[in-house]
Design a protein around this ligand. Structure first.
Ligand SMILES: [Zn+2]
Length: 191
């Protein structure tokens, strides 16, 4: 089982003066990360989980991009990266997307979850297939190379990292079921 799980939520801070249309924050991402944290702890209490929420609105500073001077959020992340060096580690960068942003799944449904990844981890495809088979619409997309969190974890620390985009329209129950399945399948694949 995993020794460490790092959960990052860079777009956690909403700007209440701004309309929801611009999506300058990820509305469901903090809740999704909280749910992952809660369920993972219940299922695998031995995994140490780091959960880091962004502390500034995306319009001011996008924490998924390299920034100078280095924001506190990135400093925290580097501190964690340098402290933990182990092979049993995983980073999930958590986001959420407005309905329709990622098109349809292979089964022509609105995805509940989209996984963006840079390197072709063979287990991502297995993860997507397993979720689809269980009736959870999802898809994988090759992600952009400019994601600072994923890039840094990959390149400088050799930590397997993927970006998870949850559909903003998921109900509490849908989120719960999806996260539960996601954790179970991931842990099976990472054995
Ligand atoms: Zn985001």
């Amino acid at each position: 089982m995993l020794t460490y799980l790092i959960l990052t939520v860079p777009h956690a801070v909403c700007d209440i003066t701004n309309s929801n249309k611009n999506h300058t924050c990820d509305f469901l991402a903090p809740k999704s990360a909280h749910k992952i944290n809660e369920l993972w702890r219940q299922i695998f209490p031995d995994t140490k989980i780091f959960l880091i929420y962004g502390d500034i609105n995306r319009k001011l500073v996008d924490l998924n991009r390299q920034q100078k001077p280095m924001p506190r959020f990135h400093q925290k992340l580097h501190n964690i990266f340098t402290k933990i060096q182990t092979s049993h580690i995983l980073l999930w960068d958590i986001h959420s997307f407005p309905y329709g942003s990622f098109g349809k799944t292979s089964s022509k449904e609105e995805p509940w979850l989209v996984i963006l990844y840079r390197k072709k981890y063979s287990w991502i495809k297995l993860l997507i297939d397993a979720l689809q088979k269980k009736g959870y619409p999802c898809k994988a997309v090759l992600g952009d190379r400019s994601n600072y969190i994923i890039q840094t974890a990959h390149q400088h620390y050799n930590i397997p990292s993927i970006l998870l985009e949850f559909n903003e329209n998921l109900s509490d129950n849908q989120l719960h079921l999806l996260v539960f399945k996601l954790i179970n399948i991931t842990s099976e694949l990472m054995k």
